[in-house]
Design a protein. Structure first.
Length: 568
């Protein structure tokens, strides 16, 4: 990826540093200083604080949180097991059924060689799911209505699709069998199911096909209990619902229609909190239910919440909470999300209660933006008239979100042939294999995935669609040593003069006060024209190095953050 880079100066310790361009995957970024030498992990623990501006735009806050999550994923340390917990590594592999493109069955009797010249430009659509009932129901009559004209899932308005094929189940995909475990919305056991689908186009050369931009999708879709057809079986996600996302169970914390962001988090607590209660979330964070007040003469209640970090209030919220309009609170610097569905008082009216969900490790899916290189975040919606699937990349619709998805937006895979593998959202695979036979060219999905889970004795977890239980820890077992995960902090909570470790500053001088301080001191130079930049300023934070992750605008800052994440 080539681009003309403007020279940006950086002065530290009285010497000039040389700038160079770095291309990382689809991201291009300008490096200044010893970026590769800026280590974020030492002996399994973080060496730097990630700092975001207290008045920064949502995009910068999301970038900081994503950097923090990446650093957290690199942390490790082992010690003797003493607390009855252990880290388990689960590895699983699976393959779906296949479609032989050289002997493709059309209807009940006739077969064609899809790769021959006469079928050049024609397409085949394939789908697999955690359970074959859902992939079968996706394409069967009455399943996905008007599938043959539904350009959303074919990646083009030039349809040419001659076959829609269910490849059955890909058993390592995940499924949540009760998306509303606390019955906030109803007592149904509705499901959420992972699916992968793709459209391949014949090249007419007897050996290869093309997968175009927009023609491969990973999705997590909600279905009514005991319903498997897309046409009449889907259900709208509500905040607080659970769903699988890339093999792990998350809670839907917020559908943000203002910024068009979907927030997902890992459950920490799901239950009832009493007015005055304080819940310890971990990493120094606590949630306090300050007050629950009856609103007017009706049955509506307003709730006052405070989020504390090391005893200091860092965020608060005062709003009503009802089943139709839950209270949502997102604190992105700490990757914490809270949903309060309902509040009530005791019979005497002396104190109140709140039904709450607390989550950590919150991730943000900004519609129309790449969640990972080449894979754009979208919501799955359904046309109310045609029942067609819609992959929405710009507007969060709370009343019509039936799924979360990642859509391929990279370059066309235009010479996809036997032995090739296309990674779907760094999770599943689309493969071709001719088995060294002239009459074979099998198209199928596969997975070969490893996940980790830390469990206490007796605790259960669902990993790669399998439930595992840790029965006991032997005396000589190894267990993770406790440490604090890295969290993004605000520029009002740390200073260059008093820093006790390295700093990663996300955002330019306008968005981040510490970046502005460096710019004012002449240690970095950045304008609204600056490209995505990673700049190391040696010793600028009380003798500790500083890495500036920024650009001339929010998009450039996001690109710089993504490049850093890919480098780590």
């Amino acid at each position: 990826m080539a681009m003309s880079l403007k020279k940006i100066g950086a002065i530290a310790a009285g010497s000039a540093m040389v700038a160079s361009a770095l291309a990382t995957g689809v991201f291009a970024v300008e490096k200044i200083g010893d970026v590769e030498g800026f280590k974020v992990i030492d002996n399994g623990e973080p060496t730097a604080d990630i700092v975001v501006g207290s008045t920064a735009a949502a995009a910068d806050v999301v970038s900081a949180a994503n950097v923090a999550a990446k650093v957290g994923s690199m942390m490790f340390k082992e010690g003797e097991a003493a607390s009855g917990s252990a880290k388990l590594t689960v590895k699983a592999s699976a393959e779906s059924d296949d479609a032989n493109l050289r002997k493709l069955l059309l209807g009940n009797t006739s077969t064609i060689n899809f790769t021959e010249d006469q079928h050049d430009g024609k397409k085949v659509f394939v789908v697999a799911a955690a359970d074959s009932d859902y992939s079968d129901g996706f394409i069967k009559a009455g399943g996905l209505a008007n599938l043959a004209v539904n350009s959303e899932i074919y990646g083009s308005t030039d349809k040419g699709v001659i076959l829609n094929a269910s490849l059955g189940d890909l058993s390592t995909l995940a499924q949540v069998k009760d998306i509303d475990p606390s019955d906030w919305n109803n007592s149904n056991d509705d499901d959420a199911v992972e699916m992968v689908f793709a459209t391949v186009k014949s090249n007419g050369d007897d050996k290869s096909v093309t997968v175009t931009e927009d023609a491969a999708v990973y999705a997590s879709i909600a279905y009514l209990d005991d319903k498997e057809t897309f046409n009449d079986g889907t259900v709208t996600f509500k905040e607080g619902n659970r769903l699988p996302f890339l093999g792990e169970e998350y809670a839907l914390v917020k559908l943000d229609s203002d910024d068009d962001i979907v927030y997902l988090g890992k459950e920490v607590f799901d239950g009832v909190l009493k007015e005055g209660d304080t819940y310890n979330i971990g990493d120094g964070y606590e949630l306090k239910v300050v007050a629950i007040l009856k609103s007017g003469d009706g049955e509506e209640y307003k709730i006052s919440l405070q989020l504390l970090k090391d005893g200091k209030v860092v965020a608060e919220k005062f709003d009503k909470a009802t089943a139709k309009s839950a209270l949502k609170m997102i604190y992105t610097p700490g990757n914490i999300g809270i949903v309060v569905n309902e509040a009530w008082e005791n019979v005497g009216g002396d104190y109140g209660f709140a039904s709450a969900l607390i989550t950590k490790d919150v991730i943000a899916l900004e519609l129309g933006e790449e969640y990972m290189p080449d894979w754009e975040a979208v919501t799955v919606q359904q046309d109310s008239t045609t029942k067609n699937l819609i992959l929405e990349d710009s507007d969060v619709d709370k009343d019509n979100t039936i799924g979360i998805a990642l859509k391929y937006v990279g370059d066309d895979e235009d010479n996809f042939k036997s032995g090739n593998t296309m990674k779907i959202a760094k999770y599943a695979n689309l493969e071709l294999d001719d088995e060294d036979k002239d009459e074979k060219l099998n198209l199928f999905f596969s997975m070969d995935e490893t996940k980790e889970a830390t469990l206490a004795a007796g605790q259960k977890a669902t990993v790669l669609n399998s439930e595992i239980t840790l029965s006991e820890v032997m005396a000589d077992a190894k267990a993770p040593v406790a440490f604090k995960a890295p969290l993004a902090v605000l520029d009002t909570e740390v200073s260059l003069d008093a820093a006790n470790k390295k700093l990663i500053l996300v955002g330019g001088p306008v968005a981040n006060a510490l970046t502005k301080e460096l710019a004012d001191a002449g240690k970095i130079e950045m304008t609204v024209e600056s490209p995505a930049t990673l700049a190391v300023v040696a010793g600028a934070a009380n003798g500790n190095d500083v890495l500036v992750v920024a650009g001339g605008d929010r998009a450039a800052t996001a690109e710089a953050a993504n490049a850093l994440i890919e480098m780590l």
